[in-house]
Design a binder for this molecule. Structure first.
Ligand code: KIV
Length: 262
């Protein structure tokens, strides 16, 4: 079983951590059997499963349903579930009520978006037996305030992102997703925080990598993001594509500069 301790040790051993999104039981079983360490029940299911144009319409009930499906198909991987938009921002108490629902449905850790202002909530959940993965950089639930899906932490914004990462780490985050962050900044953050970092469009120096499953299988909804690589290319089965993804992460050939923000 992959636990928070396995992930901590992987960072110390410099053994890259593999994560993919997963929304159902049959893929959970396949990804787990292939050796993926973390199954992310992401709120990207809004786009991938429900045909929405953003993650905002996804409800906590949707997240609980898909978490339950994934947990049933899984044996060894750590199940990480997203707190949906509107289910945690109001107060740390609201976050606990929502996060505990995800845990009751089979999550081993919950993920929430935001910078240092989320430190108190992360500390509150961690103290109450709920491990938390922070999500910084491009935070898709904030697409309307950010003004689009674009690279974060460029220029002067780099300092604030580093400050966010340190505050969330000190608050007790067990894991940190960094989305669309320049490679060298992600490297600096990875060095300075004690929790493992997982990149998506954040370069090869993160402690692990995540992609949306459908993206890495070449099923793109709309425009392909720079960091997405189609691992089905050259493979004759989904199973082999997943194994190629794991191998590329472990031997540091993905993401290369073509799939990173420099
Ligand atoms: O919901 C999701 O798929 C995510 C990834 C983009 C990290 O949060």
């Amino acid at each position: 079983m992959i636990t928070v301790n396995t992930l901590k040790q992987a960072k110390l051993d410099q053994n890259k951590i593999t994560m993919l999104t997963c929304y159902d039981s049959s893929f959970a079983s396949l990804l787990d059997t292939c050796g993926i360490e973390i199954l992310l029940v992401g709120d990207s299911l809004g786009m991938v499963m429900q045909g929405e144009s953003s993650t905002l319409p996804v409800d906590l009930e949707d997240m609980c349903y898909h978490t339950r499906c994934v947990a049933k198909g899984n044996k060894n991987a750590l199940v990480l579930s997203d707190l949906s938009f509107g289910s945690y921002e109001d107060s740390k108490e609201q976050a606990f009520v929502s996060a505990s629902q995800l845990m009751k449905n089979g999550a081993n850790m919950v993920k929430l978006e935001g910078g240092e202002y989320q430190a108190e909530t992360i500390h509150f959940l961690q103290q109450r037996s709920i491990p938390v993965c922070a999500h910084i950089g491009l935070t898709p639930q904030a697409v309307n305030t950010i003004g689009g899906y674009k690279v974060q932490g460029k220029g002067d914004a780099a300092e604030q992102l580093l400050k966010d990462a340190k505050a969330l780490d000190e608050a007790g985050a067990s894991l940190m997703v960094m989305e669309c962050v320049p490679k060298e900044l992600a490297k600096k953050i990875t060095k300075e925080v004690s929790c493992p970092t997982i990149g998506i469009g954040a370069g090869v120096y993160c402690d692990g990598q995540v992609l949306v499953l459908q993206d890495m299988l070449g099923i793109y909804l709309g425009k392909k993001a720079k960091f997405v690589k189609n691992f089905m290319q050259g493979q004759d089965s989904i199973e082999n594509a997943i194994k190629a993804y794991i191998k590329a992460i472990k031997n540091l050939t993905y993401p290369d500069d073509e799939h990173s923000f420099l």
